[in-house]
Design a protein around this ligand. Structure first.
Ligand code: FES
Length: 66
């Protein structure tokens, strides 16, 4: 499914990048070649990343967009 509508990033692509060691949506989006734009997807992307890392509740990073 699509996580980021602006860039067309899918959950599978975000999970794959997270498993390579990246821990934030902005870093993953840059790796995928399209940086964060509106930022509305960041909370959902953080959940996908958290799942990929098997992080515990409360350790999730939600980046802020200026
Ligand atoms: S929906 Fe992801 S940057 Fe806009």
């Amino acid at each position: 499914m699509y996580v980021c509508i602006c860039n067309g990033h899918r959950d599978s692509d975000i999970r794959a990048a997270a498993r390579e060691g990246l821990r934030s949506a902005p870093a993953i989006y840059r790796r995928l070649g399209k940086p964060v734009r509106c930022g509305r997807c960041l909370e959902f992307a953080a959940k996908v990343i958290e799942e990929a890392h098997g992080a515990r509740e409360g350790e999730r990073e939600v980046p802020q967009v200026a």
